[in-house]
Design a protein around this ligand. Sequence first.
Ligand SMILES: Cc1ncc(COP(=O)(O)O)c(C=O)c1O
Length: 455
Amino acid sequence: MTNDYEFILNDSKERALKFLAQVDERRVFPHQQAIDGLSAFNESLPEEGLGDLNTLDLLDRVGAPAAVANMGKRYFGFVVGGSLPVAVAANWLMTAWDQVASYHLTSPMADRVEKVAAGWILDILDLPRESAVGFVTGATVASFTALSAARHKILNDQGFDVENDGLYGAPKITVVVSQEVHVTILKALSMLGLGKNNIIRVPTDNNGAIDITKFPELGPNTLVCVQAGNVNSGAFDPIDEICTLAHKAGAWVHVDGAIGLWARTSKKLADQVKGIEKADSWSTDGHKWLNVPYDNGIVICRHKDALRGAMSTVAAYVRGAEDAAKDVVPEFSRRGRGIDVWAALRSLGRKGIGQMIERNCNQARNLAAELKNIENIFIHNDVVLNQIVVSYGTEDMTKTLIDYMQQEGTCWFGSTIWKGRETFRISISSWKTTDEDIILTAEAFRKAVAVLAQK
Ligand SMILES: Cc1ncc(COP(=O)(O)O)c(C=O)c1O
């Protein structure tokens, strides 16, 4: 051993590679036996340390069999995606280097590479190049961060200092969201003291996009949250038109693009994502469709000063921190998660990312077409992105099919409620999923329905 790290890191590499070599062949969701085995972790805190190898061994031996194979080819749950090899590797290196991506002085390399990644994000998503970009834990925090900037600007424009004075006595902000707003936008609004109830919800059309004919009159103290990619159907709100209306009124538009912002990487999807660049702020995820490891969201804000006004931290011991990463995100100290993004963008390039997004969208359309031909299967949405909303006969039959497929193990997807009805949602978001996997999945559905029809 040349140092304390060598043995344990080599050991973990071998274990990781063994897991990844099997991940496509194993059941997607673990067997109950493996889940029951997790009781081995219920130890009391050891007085004497049990050692590195012993610890890693328990994690791998008991943990790996009960892990979900979302790194596999046919995991269609929750818009999860897998992780690109280069992004896993960059993530490992950054963990080994233990860099703190707060600002230049904590890590010149993390600061530089994240700044390059930030520029590339604006380029590939074709968003205003003057925007600030921050790397956060996920789309929830990205939206929270962007909405903090919105709150700052709306109140600051009226001479109110919310960061110092709080919301006590502040002018009211009118919040407008879709009837189908993602729950995490509501959480962000509640964390900002704007509440979940005190908002206007605009009705949606059959595909879950805001119905523009029902859009309310807007005033200047207004914050509008729209979606690029409904979590169930993948639908896009009419963002172009909404931005025009909102900006006439002096309102702020935030785009929750956790999933759908990535459609801007493909020319074929350009129609749906037109006008998104007119908004004031955007949130998206690296850990979903960009296929980088978890703990990776991105906030983008046209109004740099507003974002800094909401997020910057000043401390006597932090010197020379102009343009610091810590001033556009909630965290003071954090890992260099933007480097995973940089690695994915650099390795695949503009073309490769666009092709990955288009491929998943084609696969979703093809799978929907196959499923539509199976008796009693109904597709509820226009498949405009990578999402399919499906039912099988009655609500009870739908639940039975979900259970059957989850047990059968060819693929995994979860249940949802669509327009008040029990359905399931298939999200194709992995770089690994091949057209062959779509054929295998359709075949598994056909067999399942044949078996269930006999019962
Ligand atoms: C549309 C939408 N917005 C926000 C989120 C929250 O993202 P995260 O889990 O990365 O915080 C999700 C996650 O599923 C989503 O689909």
